[in-house]
Design a protein around this ligand. Sequence first.
Ligand code: IPE
Ligand code: IPE
Ligand code: MG
Length: 229
Amino acid sequence: MKKIPEHVAIIMDGNGRWAEAKGLPRVSGHKEGLSAVRRVVKAAKVYGVRYLTLYSFSTENWKRPPDEVKFLFMLMESTLTKEMEDLHSRNIRVRFAGKLDKLPEKLQQIIADTEKLTEENSGLNLTFAVNYGGRQEIIDAIKKIIKARYPIKHLDQDNFRQFLYCPQLPDVDLVIRTAGEQRLSNFLVWQSIYAEFYFTRTLWPDFSEKDFKMAMDEFSRRKRRFGGL
Ligand code: IPE
Ligand code: IPE
Ligand code: MG
């Protein structure tokens, strides 16, 4: 029996470079990136991965040209509107992690609708990290703790989790990053402390079932010790 990661988190990078290499505008890379999203959602099911978390927009991505930011939100809006019923019919539970109240109102509405529609589903747990920053998530958790007047002497690593954006998400077992960069870029800081990392030069729009399988194979060979022997 091969070891399967329970929680796979992907930093979907290289959309811009994919488009530029083809002489296309950067945004067409984001559009094409959607096909890779559909592929990994299918592959996760095939391999029995329970949690799949996809980094879709970071708190730092606001530094990009306003037109690109607008396009990304528009793309999320239209794709969710078109595909939420399909995700639901496949028993997928969809969640969103991030500072969502800073997103365009229409997108916030569609996010709420998608979460509501799929909240009883028991299949793949699919989470999109949108306007997500790992440090921001920790700051937001601390704010919730103070607001709830949580008794500080009871606070520990286990119950801190309930104040994160998606308390139900377990720690990350495997972080995949495409497009050659080898950094975390503020993704799942709390949840990734003992994650394995898999880097590939493949640009996100080209990420295939075969790439996913290579990551799974590599993970199954890793020896995880968690500080023990
Ligand atoms: C990842 O691709 C998508 C987002 C960050 C939204 P990029 O847009 O970062 O692509 P590169 O890194 O510029 O090629
Ligand atoms: C990380 O990619 C964010 C997402 C994939 C959404 P970036 O392209 O923004 O990361 P950096 O700037 O290269 O670290
Ligand atoms: Mg990038």
